[in-house]
Structures are given as structure tokens and as C-alpha cells.
Design a protein around this ligand. Structure first.
Ligand code: 5RP
Length: 231
């Protein structure tokens, strides 16, 4: 990865953790941007910050545990105060494509239980229209060929995500079909259609979920984007 992108990710993560206060329950995202947020939270925990967290992937959970961030099960909480996660694309309405790291189902469960959902990206992820990044769709292995055909009927070009010679398996033991739809005119409508296919466990559209997006630039600046407003 280019150094410029790493800088933007790290800067955005640093800004996001300023929202965290002691006593909060946090959602921890997945990916190379969320990594920096988890590192930052870990450092603050060492300095006395008292938080607990739920992670969106086994990988983030194990990083959090290594850093001494207490992990709690959903049975002990009914909401998360703040979740900080990355994204693959962010449009002007703060609709997202996520799932490049394969954690979309857990990410959406966590996001939907979150009161203040912060997305952190390097500025290259900001787009006018979603769709250059193929939409990740998490599907049940049983009957995936049929599910894939239904996605094609919607105009997508599904491609099985691979891990070497084998199909990639999510933390939930599902497959991922990365679906190119071209540039997407109406993400909300396509989300409704894709998520309505039997066999689709979750799709990578996060529509109207982000409260703010923090975009970091290689030079060290951040831009704070709120729904409908650019500051
Ligand atoms: C994982 C995700 C990630 O947030 C997304 O892929 C962005 O990753 P990165 O921060 O590494 O660019 O949705 O499922």
C-alpha cells in the first residue's frame, strides 16, 4: 500500500478516537483503517480509558484483546455508543460500499446497533457515485450458484471471492460474491433488490447509516463529512 494512503487512514483514525469517552461501549471495525483506530483505542486504554467493545471480525477481536481492550458479548449490551469502521467507497450522501475485508455481515449488525457511526477513510475512497468498487455480497454456500444467477438477473457480474485455490470463507462460514454493477444510479433501490434475494445473507451497501465520515489526506488534513453537509 502507498504511504500516502496509510497516512490518510492513520490521520482519520486519530481524529475519530477523539469522540470516545470513558464508560462507552464501542464497535470496532475491520480493515487497514480500522486497525489504526483500534491501536489508538488500545493506547488510551493503557492510559486509563475505561471502555468495552464488540469487534466486527475475529481479526479485530484478537487485535483488541492483545491491546487490552475488554471485549463483551451482545448478551451484555443492547447498543453501542460509537462504532468506528472503514469503507471501500463513500458517496456524497454518505452511502457506503463495505465488505472489501469480508466482514460486512458483522459490520452491519454492529452498525445497526450503533448510536453514532463513524466512518474513517483515506480521501481516495470518496466518490461521486458508488460502483467502481464491486459490491461484496455475502451468500450462503448452499445453492450459491442459484443466488449468483439471481444477482446476474439484477445486472450484476458476480465473481466468487477466492482464498488461493479455495472459495474465501467469512467469519460466518459464508461465501462472498463480488458483484460489478457499473456505476450505480440508485444504491438504495439496488440494496433492496439484492438483499431480497434468498440466499443473500447481507450486501455491502450501507445506506444512510454513517453519521459522519472522516476523510484523511496524505498531507495530514482531515475532512469531516456529515449527511448533506461538507465542512
Ligand atoms: C471490511 C471493510 C473495510 O472497512 C473496508 O474494506 C475498508 O478497508 P480498508 O480500511 O483496509 O481500506 O468493509 O469488510
Amino acid at each position: 500500500m502507498e504511504n500516502a494512503a496509510i497516512n490518510g487512514k492513520k490521520i482519520a483514525a486519530g481524529k475519530a478516537i477523539e469522540y470516545i469517552r470513558s464508560g462507552m461501549t464501542l464497535g470496532l471495525g475491520t480493515g487497514s483503517t480500522a486497525y489504526w483506530a483500534i491501536q489508538g483505542i488500545g493506547e488510551q486504554v493503557k492510559q486509563g480509558l475505561s471502555v468495552r467493545a464488540i469487534a466486527t471480525s475475529l481479526q479485530s477481536e484478537s487485535l483488541a484483546r492483545e491491546l487490552g481492550i475488554p471485549i463483551v458479548p451482545f448478551s451484555e449490551i443492547d447498543h453501542l455508543d460509537i462504532t468506528i469502521d472503514g469503507a471501500d467507497e463513500v458517496d456524497e450522501k454518505l452511502n457506503l460500499i463495505k465488505g472489501g475485508g469480508g466482514a460486512l455481515l458483522r459490520e452491519k449488525i454492529v452498525a445497526s446497533a450503533t448510536r453514532f457511526y463513524i466512518i474513517i477513510v483515506d480521501e481516495s475512497k470518496l466518490v461521486h457515485r458508488l460502483g467502481k468498487f464491486p459490491l461484496p455480497v455475502e451468500v450462503a454456500p448452499f445453492g450459491w450458484e442459484l443466488t449468483s444467477r439471481r444477482l446476474e438477473e439484477l445486472g450484476g457480474q458476480p465473481k466468487m471471492r477466492m482464498a488461493g485455490a479455495d472459495a474465501y470463507l467469512t467469519d460466518n462460514q459464508h461465501y462472498i460474491l463480488d458483484c460489478s454493477f457499473g456505476l450505480i444510479e440508485n444504491p438504495a433501490e439496488l440494496h433492496t433488490q439484492v438483499s431480497g434475494i434468498t440466499g443473500v445473507m447481507e450486501d455491502g451497501f450501507f445506506i444512510n447509516m454513517a453519521d459522519i465520515v472522516i476523510a484523511g489526506s496524505p498531507g495530514g488534513d482531515t475532512r469531516l463529512l456529515k449527511k448533506g453537509v461538507t465542512i
